[in-house]
Ligand binder design. Structure first.
Ligand code: AHM
Ligand code: MG
Length: 335
């Protein structure tokens, strides 16, 4: 086998696919396209600090083109990279209201792609890590054209999911249901190289991540859980560390590697919290489960929820298995 340190993303996917005689190679192509979109997005993201030099969004740049907002740019880049891949029957993005059809003159394929093109984009100006999240489903409707029904499938039907994090380095983390693998972009050669094979999230962590500013809006059971985490009498015998970046991919990625729980609960103002079922919770849920962790809305696995609409929000508890289980026990009044 090729030495691990030189294992590129493409090669890894192809080697994985070779283990399944029925595999058609479609996945490899799809992930290649996503990786390329990620590289083009990070190229723009890295210029974000140069905004005063290159022009503010909405202004004309030196080439006489309007400078785009980065989340619009990321959205369009994903669409452009994927709509002519021949692999998809439709797409949906957090940035647009309706499903995105494949242009009439393009070939259609058996998959559906749901994505959040640039999650955490409000952090760009502060140079904080942000990311692109993706979820891949099989088309289930009859006919060539992808329809809403194809997008509104429960997360447990995802065939692949992952994210690209634009941080101190750029990483692509993905699963096709056979473990979770992380690749770091080597900018000098423009390749994602396997850096984190078979990621496993610790069974229990020492970190909790939540917007504590909303504490008074949480119901009593959730407040009790948070007090429990901050006390000495909890399962780890010391207060959990609070780590909250406010950028989901970055908060999730850290907790995936170090262990811990990320929460975006519902509260008295927003009953279902803020985060989206299809573009954020489901794909990260597949990743966390494949890494040995857990995802919940407090009552059940989010991956079992039948979505009703594209932009549905869901209370999110995700991370180390024992931590998410404990959160459920508090929320359900069992403790
Ligand atoms: P966005 O889709 O507008 O970028 O919002 C999503 C982000 C997540 O990355 C993050 O977890 C959350 O919003 C933070 O929200 P808050 O500032 O309410 O804590
Ligand atoms: Mg988002």
């Amino acid at each position: 086998m090729f030495p691990k340190k030189y294992m590129t993303l493409s090669r890894h996917i192809r080697e994985e696919e070779r283990r399944y005689p029925s595999a058609t190679g479609v996945f490899s192509n799809l992930l290649d396209h996503l990786a390329l979109a990620g590289k083009l997005i990070v190229r723009e993201v890295n210029k974000a600090g140069l905004v005063d030099i290159l022009g503010l969004t909405g202004e004309m740049n030196v080439q006489g083109e309007e400078v785009q907002k980065l989340d619009d740019f990321a959205h369009q880049m994903m669409v452009k990279m994927l709509d002519h891949s021949g692999l998809l029957s439709s797409m949906a993005s957090e940035e647009v209201e309706d499903i995105i059809p494949i242009p009439p003159d393009m070939q259609r394929g058996p998959y559906v792609l749901l994505f959040d093109p640039l999650d955490g984009s409000s952090n760009i100006d502060a140079n904080v890590s942000i990311g692109t999240i993706f979820s891949i489903l099989k088309k289930v409707s009859a006919g060539e054209e992808g329809v809403l029904e194809d997008c509104l499938q429960p997360g447990c039907r995802q065939v692949a999911a992952g994210y690209i994090i634009y941080g101190s380095s750029t990483m692509l983390v993905y699963t096709t249901g056979n473990g979770v693998h992380g690749f770091t972009l080597d900018p000098s050669v423009g390749e994602f190289l396997l850096s984190h094979p078979d990621i496993r999230i610790p069974k229990r962590g020492k970190i909790f991540s939540v917007n504590l500013g909303n504490f008074r809006r949480y119901d009593e059971r959730l407040q009790n859980y948070i007090r429990y985490l901050m006390g000495e009498e909890n399962a780890i015998g010391q207060p959990y560390s609070l780590r909250y970046i406010g950028s989901l991919v970055a908060d999730f990625h850290r907790n995936l590697l170090y262990g811990g729980i990320f929460m975006y609960p519902g509260d008295s103002k927003n009953k279902n919290g803020k985060l989206r079922l299809l573009y954020e919770a489901n794909p990260l849920g597949m990743v966390v489960e494949q890494a040995g962790g857990k995802i919940s809305n407090g009552w059940e696995s989010i991956l079992e929820i039948q979505p009703r609409e594209l932009h549905q929000r869901v209370p999110l508890f995700i991370g180390s298995h024992d931590d998410v289980m404990e959160a459920e026990e508090f929320i359900q009044g069992k403790r």
